[in-house]
Design a protein around this ligand. Structure first.
Ligand code: 6R9
Length: 611
């Protein structure tokens, strides 16, 4: 095999094909658990003596030189346009061109490039082109409204945004003055004539890249294993979204976990239904599967049960990675619809993002002839950390066991629900005790920073553990069982929503004095956002005002807005004045109200404040 890197002006690298062959995992979890170490895996990856490593090169280019060159890397399905495909060789070349185009715009190491796009070739080329240019790729969820978009562009110091005209005009253009770092906006749906002021058509930028591109001199940026590659925003309990930074060597964890947990190998046809605006869409919608040399199928249409079964059947999908909300929507359409189809190619069905009901695991057997395998991880971990591995007996309701090379534990909780840290030490609990799920750092896709927020980053660790913010128990056989979140963050249809961000947006409505937001259980989405609103004097609760507030939230926030509004003139407060979301949630669910020692009494009873 020709040495791609040398030929193309880069440093020499040993490719990650050196990771041991992808024998089906059946039965060998224990063996891997005993023998696998990230240190050894890093050695396989570290071919270049100078320690250079580029994610996009590892994911795509090395396949483009070998036997997989003419294998389809990505097949784009659409309801409105004909199916298109890119082979690994084409994907390498087109992402080189995208990198050249970005470089011509002045994009270089460390610069942020963002997409606000549905699943489309432009999105995949931007991801890979950005990485090849040595810049940092940041996805945004296309259903976000203007406020979350602008906030993330600002916090991420984003230099280039790739989007479409409608999204730009509605979500970005009115706020351009507040975004001094944003130098270029590339629009994927316009020609030269129609591009709004201050934007460039994607086709023009790419055309310039194509003209300048010379395959004999093009170089993939010589990034180091520890250089920033990806920026994913995630939500916490405070108003500020957290920008989790991942580095180039994360590709090793994407690759290894895509093998171990998703069982991916060359020849597979793989479909991941996660939106590319979230971390699953990057780690397992693009990088992990490409690094395994599979054919990715991607569909730009919205959910439609019949269409989904058709895709699984007609594309001969072998591995399907999806989410509980999607599975519940399939279940709702009835198992009969599944049985109108056959899935002889399907080998492995996997889920992530929210608690997977045991019924959904078992339903998989009815619908596909396969149990659904759960996996657990987070934006911060960058890759799957816990999984029901293929070949391992699935325990319905359990998230599975830690990935080989990952150590998980459950830590004793303090009064705030998070792990108790006393004198810098935590206490590891025994089998079946409930506490905060924690992991020993050291795997390559571990996040390395929250952008501009070292304090928040430091708070994510204690006594040598990364604290996940989830409550769990680990049984005597090492299976991890999800209990709930230790904080107020809401998970709706698999997407994390920060309550404070939602509250702040609603507070801008002239009738609103105060808001508390909670996740309310929902049979389909897991949770929906419900807002408790105190009105200002002179405003009366009414169904019309509730509808107006729902629309107001939707306009500003997009799909993360509250779906339900309740008026409440006596929101419970802590003594320090914070709305007690925990109590609102307990009341909503009819649960015990728990420790009320910090409640501001008079206000909680609907009376007047004592001071
Ligand atoms: C990949 C992703 C992370 C949070 C996580 C937890 C919840 C993820 C889960 C699950 C129950 C599972 N979560 N997988 N809950 N069972 N299998 O979703 O990342 O968006 O950062 O969310 O999602 O609460 O802490 P992210």
């Amino acid at each position: 095999m020709a040495d791609l890197a040398v030929q193309r002006g880069g440093a020499q690298r040993r490719p990650i094909e050196h990771v041991p062959a992808l024998a089906p995992l059946v039965g060998d979890y224990e063996a891997r658990r005993r023998s696998f170490t990230w240190e050894a895996a890093r050695d396989w990856l570290r071919g270049d003596d100078e320690g250079h490593l580029n994610m996009a090169h590892e994911a795509v280019d090395r396949h483009a030189e070998g036997p997989l060159a003419d294998t389809v890397a990505i097949r784009f399905l659409s309801r409105v346009a004909p199916t298109t495909e890119l082979t690994y060789a084409q994907l390498r070349e087109q992402s080189d061109v995208a990198a050249t185009a970005l470089r011509r715009l002045g994009v270089g190491p460390g610069d942020g490039v963002c997409t606000l796009l549905p699943r489309s070739p432009e999105l995949y080329l931007t991801v890979l082109g950005t990485l090849k240019a040595g810049a940092v790729y940041c996805p945004l969820f296309p259903a976000f409204g203007p406020e979350p978009v602008v906030e993330r562009l600002r916090l991420g110091h984003i230099r280039v945004l790739v989007t479409d005209t409608q999204s730009y005009v509605r979500k970005c253009e009115p706020h351009r003055d507040a975004l001094p770092d944003l130098r270029h906006v590339l629009l994927t749906d316009v020609g030269d004539a129609e591009a709004p002021a201050g934007t460039t058509p994607w086709s023009v930028a790419l055309g310039a890249g194509a003209t300048a591109y010379d395959p004999s001199t093009f170089t993939v940026a010589l990034t180091r294993a520890d250089d920033p590659a990806l920026l994913h925003f995630t939500s916490g309990t405070t108003g500020k979204p957290k920008g989790a930074v991942h580095v180039h060597e994360a590709i090793l964890a994407h690759h290894v976990t895509a093998e171990f947990a998703l069982d991916l190998r060359p020849g597979d046809v793989y479909w991941c239904t996660a939106d590319p605006g979230w971390v699953t869409g990057t780690s397992y919608g693009i990088l992990g599967p490409l690094s395994c040399g599979v054919t990715i199928v991607t569909d730009s249409a919205d959910f439609d049960a019949r269409r989904w079964y058709r895709i699984l059947q007609d594309e001969r999908v072998t591995v399907f990675y999806t989410a509980p909300t999607a599975l519940r929507m399939l279940m709702r359409a009835g198992v009969g619809l599944a049985r109108e189809h056959t899935f002889p190619a399907l080998r492995h069905v996997v889920s992530v993002g929210e608690p997977l009901n045991p019924e959904a695991v078992v339903w998989g057997v009815d619908a596909f002839g396969l149990p659904v395998h759960d996996t657990w991880w987070q934006t911060e971990t960058g890759a799957i950390m816990v999984s029901n591995f293929p070949g391992m007996p699935v325990r319905p309701g359990s998230m599975g066991r830690p990935v080989p090379g990952v150590v998980a534990a459950v830590l004793a909780q303090g009064p705030d629900g998070r792990a108790a840290v006393e004198g810098g030490r935590v206490r590891v609990l025994g089998p079946d005790e409930v506490g905060e799920l924690a992991l020993r750092p050291g795997w390559p896709s571990m996040f390395r920073a929250y952008v501009d927020d070292p304090e928040r980053y430091a708070k994510a660790f204690a006594d040598g553990w990364y604290l996940s913010g989830d409550l769990a128990r680990i049984d005597a056989d090492g299976y991890v069982w999800f209990i709930g979140r230790a904080d107020d963050v809401i998970k709706s249809a698999g997407h994390l929503i920060g309550p404070f961000e939602v509250e702040s947006a609603l507070m801008e409505h002239p009738a609103v004095a105060e808001v508390g937001v909670i996740g309310k259980p929902d049979p389909l989405a897991g949770e929906i956002v419900k807002a408790f609103v105190t009105l200002k004097v002179g405003h009366e609760p009414s169904p019309a005002l509730a509808r107006e507030l729902v629309a107001f939230g939707r306009h500003r926030l997009g799909s993360v807005a509250p779906r339900e509004i309740a008026f409440d003139q006596a929101l419970p407060h802590t003594r320090s004045g914070k709305v007690m979301r925990r109590l609102l949630r307990a009341r909503e669910l009819g649960l015990p109200e728990g420790d009320l020692s910090t409640v501001e009494r008079p206000s909680a009873q609907g009376g007047e404040g004592e001071s």
